[in-house]
Design a protein around this ligand. Sequence first.
Ligand SMILES: Cc1cc2nc3c(=O)[nH]c(=O)nc-3n(C[C@H](O)[C@H](O)[C@H](O)COP(=O)(O)OP(=O)(O)OC[C@H]3O[C@@H](n4cnc5c(N)ncnc54)[C@H](O)[C@@H]3O)c2cc1C
Length: 463
Amino acid sequence: MSRASHRPHVVIVGAGFAGFQAARTLARLARGRADVTLLNPTDYFLYLPLLPQVAAGVLEPRRVTVSLSGTLKHVRLVLGEADGVDLERRAVRYTGPEGERGELTYDRLVLAVGSVNKLLPVPGVAEHAHGFRGLPEALYLRDHVTRQIELAAAAPDAATCRARCTFVVVGAGYTGVEVAAHGQLFTRSLARHQALRAGIEPRWLLLDIAPRVLPELDRRLSTTADRVLSGRGVEIRTGTSVKEATREGVLLDDGDTIDTRTLVWCVGVRPDPLVAGIGKPLERGRLVVDPFLNVPGHPEVFACGDAAAVPDLAEPGEFTAMTAQHAWRQGKVAGRNVAASLGVGRRGAYRHHDLGFTVDLGGVKGAANPLGVPLSGPLAGAVTRGYHLAAMPGNRVRVAADWLLDAVLPRQGVQLGLVRSWSVPLDTASPELARVPGGPAAPGGHPAPADARSHEHEPKPEE
Ligand SMILES: Cc1cc2nc3c(=O)[nH]c(=O)nc-3n(C[C@H](O)[C@H](O)[C@H](O)COP(=O)(O)OP(=O)(O)OC[C@H]3O[C@@H](n4cnc5c(N)ncnc54)[C@H](O)[C@@H]3O)c2cc1C
């Protein structure tokens, strides 16, 4: 791709929390001094923390997206997915949305490609579980859950009805907890309008190998989440994992078998595989950078967010966690440091203060510890929603409007069926994109099936 300008060219790969903020900061600081190009597979920034609300029908999917070209003035958007970085030639190769190949050369590069679903070598999981890392998966889950309740109502026998009404979430980190919390409320509201067999109601199980839910967060958040979820009837099984998954259910490592058609895999994430192909040192798959977010030996290359192993200056010897808070603030530092490398301002190391964490437990409830103060109940719920509204870089009024509507109207119990099981495989390098029949193969991911009936994951009969 040729450029007319002779200004330095900065390429930012990935427009999530880190990349969006890097682009915004840089466009402001180095306006007129550098050309900034943002390479991303979608034309929007995705506010991932609200994804469980999309899966539960609280928010419509476009609410959690923010248009890149609408918010990032003076930044050129190139739609595509990077599949190789040549550090010697200073070039990024990519595949566009219609399969076209392209290349961007750079003077400065920021890698902010985030993470993808983490797989564990458990038989049947890749085929029968779905992850929760992108909008297509959230849309799939909303439709799938709605369909299960509808099919349960029409099931020929009680065992089938019970299996369809059983939902298993593996991984009780913040994603799994929020998916189970919102999912349980969603199915409860769906079941009100379906004639399920007497004595059968939606059942949610939340499993984790760890001894408590939210194992990586403050113990007080964990206690609150456990109390709220258990109080609503979610079965929490800690110290438990999945031994095998099949089309009909899951076998747990304690020997129990759960008949279900729904297995949501929230065991965590791993860095986007793009960074492993660069040939530079990695820390658990994350690209190692110095405190200035520079890749050692390459002062022109920066990395931040989930894909980068950033030294935690507050905890020497550790790396910062994979959270939106870190990614957002690292993006800002990356933007500033790229500008400094072009002669604008001074560079600085990434330092942070723990601002606490918020977990949305659905309804009006939450668990939060803003600035270390533990909160629970509706106050925590209000703080959580307020925090998300403040943190979103756009679309706030629409999100607030959906929350208001959800508070006064029943949820819409309809499934559009646009995202099918085979189009959101668990093992993919591109959770942000749904596979489409005959579409281009995703770099590093699963190829799209030639048609919806010929995929390596045998579609379930109802899908
Ligand atoms: C359901 C869910 C809830 C969460 N809730 C919270 C929360 O409450 N609080 C919190 O702190 N964290 C939360 N997180 C974690 C947080 O979202 C991540 O840590 C954060 O998104 C990381 O930011 P990032 O910029 O590194 O990656 P991302 O935000 O994932 O952005 C990566 C971007 O890179 C793009 N990309 C990927 N590969 C390529 C490629 N090859 N070429 C070009 N572009 C590419 C992607 O499309 C995406 O736009 C949650 C995560 C999930 C999944």
